[in-house]
Design a protein around this ligand. Structure first.
Ligand SMILES: [Cu+2]
Length: 463
């Protein structure tokens, strides 16, 4: 049997550190694996128990388990963590096992599961297993179905993972604070039959949001709507890993929303179908094609598509403020105002001041002094310059030569000759303008003396 310390070896993944939680409990508690970085760790095939096809958690990992008399045992530790949101900014959050979100828990339909939850927070907590069929006393609602887990205490949750599907976990204790601080994780119950709902690549992440003042490290937990960092798995662009797939792959992306607002998640270059929710799988006859699907608060959506077209395809929330980072959400509109040279001066007094619009030049390219520990509003370098994005933005990279099971970054897409937008360098025709006094007629598309070739439809012979 593979030892749990070797769990991530062979997947090319970074070693996981193991820490015993308490000297008293060490003999009976499963060791709590922790991670101290935000890399995407691709889980190896399950070392024991029933086979399943593991999911890949964006900038995250899946929690190893031990089998004890046929029961799959996991150990979650609720604790303060340091999360890098993107290179250049870290936040002091609360999470599980070293990171926020916590590790993804993967089990198989019918598994008996025992989860030890140790509270290392300075206040009480609990864990609610969102969407699961379980005994009421395992539902994790403080005061309603269980007493709170006091700091320093460990509680045990145990139930059979009855329904296959996609779930989340989060506290049901001082929720406004604990969710705003990043306490959440993903849960996947795989079907007994691995061929059921099988895909080639299965990515998961949670939508979350933080309000961290530039120059500070701790989220403001009383913010209700005006968050300044909109994140996929507590990461913002350009810190969010892209999803790397092979051309022709059937791809699933499961997204859960634990923010305070809805997020219309949009994918470029492909259509997808919503195939599942946290309530279960959607019958194929009830699905319809989409390129954007709205995910409400507390909801999960599984989307599926065939990655037919090679390229670097944007995948993002369609609310434009959600693809921006911390700086500049409250700046005035300055379109048309010539304020050359003024921005830098104002910036010395008002650090969040930024120039929007035509005279401000490129926001992403603005080299302005930032306070310690924050990120530019728009950022990220692409092969053609600044991407000018932030927040909830990443890419699906589709490649013909990506190997099966290879999740490494193939780099930027090389566009075949003739398939790239280009600058027009020919003559510019005089624009035709219509005046409001000119009557109802539309201006003609072409002057009569311009020679064009028009292919007329052929006659309807045979009708
Ligand atoms: Cu959004």
């Amino acid at each position: 049997m593979i030892s749990r310390r070797d769990f991530f070896k062979g997947a090319g993944a970074v070693a996981v550190s193991a820490t015993a939680v308490s000297r008293v409990g060490a003999a009976s508690l499963p060791e709590a694996m922790t991670i101290d970085h935000a890399k995407t760790l691709v889980p190896p095939p399950p070392p024991n128990g029933r086979h399943f096809n593991p999911v890949v958690t964006l900038n995250g990992w899946s929690l190893p388990w031990r089998v004890n008399n046929g029961v799959k045992e996991f150990h979650l530790v609720a604790e303060p963590v340091v999360r890098e949101l993107a290179p250049g900014m870290t936040a002091r959050l609360w999470g599980y096992n070293g990171q926020s979100p916590g590790p993804t828990i993967e089990v198989v339909e019918g598994d008996r599961v025992r989860i030890f939850v140790t509270n290392k927070l300075p206040e009480v907590t609990s864990v609610h297993w969102h969407g699961q069929r379980l005994p009421n006393g395992m539902d994790g609602v403080t005061g309603l179905t269980q007493p709170a887990i006091a700091p320093g205490k460990t509680f045990v949750y145990e139930f059979v993972a009855k329904r296959p599907g996609t779930f989340m976990y989060h506290p049901h204790a001082d929720e406004m604070t604990q969710i705003a601080m990043g306490m959440m994780g993903f849960w996947v119950t795989h079907p007994k039959d691995p061929a059921l709902h099988a895909v080639d690549r299965d990515f998961v992440f949670l939508l979350n949001a933080y309000d961290v003042e530039p120059g500070s490290y701790r989220p403001k937990v009383n913010t209700m709507l005006d968050f300044n960092l909109w994140t996929f798995n507590s990461r913002v662009f350009p810190g969010i890993d892209s999803m790397h797939v092979r051309q022709g792959d059937k791809v699933r992306v499961r997204v859960g929303n634990l923010t305070m607002t809805n997020h219309p998640i949009h994918m470029h270059g492909h259509e997808f179908e919503v195939t599942g929710t946290d309530g279960g799988w959607i019958p194929p006859t009830a699905r319809w094609p989409e390129v954007t699907t709205d995910i409400a608060v507390g909801q999960m959506r599984a989307i599926e598509f065939i990655a037919t077209d090679p390229g670097d395809w944007a995948f993002h929330c369609h609310k434009s403020h959600h693809t921006m980072n911390a700086m500049g959400h409250n700046v005035p509109t300055m379109i048309g105002v010539d304020h050359a040279g003024i921005a830098e001066k104002i910036n010395k007094i008002v650090p969040e001041y930024m120039v929007m619009g035509d005279k401000g030049g490129s926001m992403g390219g603005m080299e302005m002094p930032l306070p310690e520990n924050t990120l530019p509003m728009m950022t990220g370098e692409g092969p053609f310059g600044g991407v000018e994005m932030g927040g909830m933005f990443t890419m699906v990279k589709v490649r013909k030569d990506q190997k099966r099971g290879d999740y490494s970054n193939p780099g930027w897409y090389q566009h075949p000759a003739g398939s790239l937008a280009y600058e027009w360098t020919g003559a510019m025709p005089e624009p035709q303008r219509s005046s409001s006094a000119g009557g109802e007629a539309m201006p003609m598309a072409q002057k009569p003396d311009v020679e064009v070739t028009v292919r007329k439809p052929t006659g309807h012979s045979g009708h």
